[in-house]
Design a binder for this molecule. Structure first.
Ligand code: AN7
Length: 368
């Protein structure tokens, strides 16, 4: 092959990856945007779907397990999918400030997109229960951060009240544009797999994401872009499992602070996703979460945050129920770098500190 045609081939491959415009441009006909909508984007979406053989092997029965690695979005979580829509629509409305309550990721994403859109962002977080990486992001992106003496549920009550009284747009998942943006992850999965999976395993906090995925899978099904619908399998941490228990949890607790939520605002939508997909909700312990978290890191080179590992933990828990030869997608909602404290205290690796800086000492320590 002549060099010029080789070069041509090189530059014409993977247009999606190199020129990905962000999910609003990519899925415009599926989204409530018009020519007048200013598109505020950080080129979110188009995250990889990765086969995780170490998990497939643990399930057996010819099952193929994939992860939708949404921690590779611009601010490191799936929230960016919803935020590009919520902030673009807020901008279209002439809004100058946004507000959210957050266990961390929403605040990071809201802060980034507000800054890109030239708006102020106020974020209210539970003091002491937001992972360091997320707090760092909100501060660097220029949000005004209020850490309250109360949990996420209390913070959400407060921001709902504030957004009714003041001209500040609420960008939590009660904002319908958030779910519209997030549904695009289901489209990407179908496009990558060639069909919908048999099961979609997903962590649940406020239950916005499971509701958004279900909307996306249904829309592609109705448009005949997929021939089946997945069972929606939602997982919560055992200490914060209102959707499994069927009632509000007053003092939710879990190592997975992202999903430390006792009163999910999208509970009705999530219950519909479960019943209409013949799905199932289940709770996983913190140690099941950490076990899954470690497997992904050590055996797959995938670093997710603890809340995300709940999807894999849940799948492993329901191993016996997995149909043979099925295709399963677990959603990894956030990047592991978000929560360095959890990583440093939960790994099985060898860490030698204070090693003398000479070859003899180092080779001795390495056992060479
Ligand atoms: C990594 O940032 O609620 O069930 O305020 O950060 O749609 O609430 C985060 C939630 C899963 C749960 N995984 O999603 C917030 C917040 C990660 C998360 C969830 C969250 P939803």
């Amino acid at each position: 092959m002549a060099l010029s045609s080789k070069l041509k081939q090189l530059f014409s491959t993977s247009p999606k990856k190199n020129n990905w415009p962000g999910l609003i441009e990519a899925y415009k006909p599926w989204l409530p945007v018009t020519k007048k909508t200013p598109i505020i984007t950080l080129h979110e979406g188009a995250t990889p779907l990765i086969e995780v053989k170490s998990i497939s092997k643990r399930i057996g029965k010819g099952v193929q397990v994939y992860v939708k690695y949404d921690g590779l979005n611009p601010t490191g979580s799936f929230k960016d999918r919803g935020m590009t829509m919520a902030i673009s629509k807020a901008k279209e409305d002439g809004c100058e400030a946004v507000i959210c309550a957050s266990t961390g990721n929403t605040s990071a994403s809201a802060a980034a997109y507000a800054s890109k859109g030239g708006m102020r962002a106020f974020v209210i977080i539970p003091d002491g229960y937001v992972a360091q990486g997320k707090l760092a992001q909100a501060l660097v992106y220029g949000a005004e951060v209020l850490a309250i003496k109360g949990n996420f549920d209390k913070a959400l009550d407060i921001v709902q009240e504030l957004s009714e009284k003041y001209p500040i747009t609420l960008v939590n998942s009660v904002n319908p544009f958030r779910l519209q943006g997030q549904k695009t992850a289901a489209f990407e999965i179908i496009e990558n797999l060639g069909c919908a999976p048999d099961w979609l395993c997903i962590p649940m906090g406020n239950a916005g994401n499971i509701s958004a995925y279900w909307m996306g899978f249904q829309e592609y099904f109705i448009a005949k872009k997929s021939r089946k619908l997945p069972r929606m399998m939602g997982f919560q941490a055992i200490g914060s499992a209102p959707l499994v228990k069927g009632h509000t949890v007053a003092n939710p607790e879990t190592i997975a602070t992202a999903i430390r939520i006792g009163n999910p605002v999208n509970k009705e939508k999530a219950m519909i996703a479960k019943s209409s997909s013949n799905g199932k909700f289940s709770s996983v312990t913190d140690s099941e979460i950490i076990n899954a978290y470690k497997i992904l890191g050590r055996e797959e080179g995938i670093f997710c945050e603890p809340a995300s590992a709940a999807s894999i933990a849940g799948l492993l828990q329901l191993k016996e129920e997995v149909p043979k030869d099925s295709k399963i997608v677990c959603v990894l909602t956030g990047n592991g770098l978000k929560d360095p404290d959890c990583a440093i205290s939960n790994n099985d690796s060898v860490f030698h500190s204070g090693v003398e800086a000479n070859i003899t000492e180092i080779t001795k320590t390495m056992g060479l």
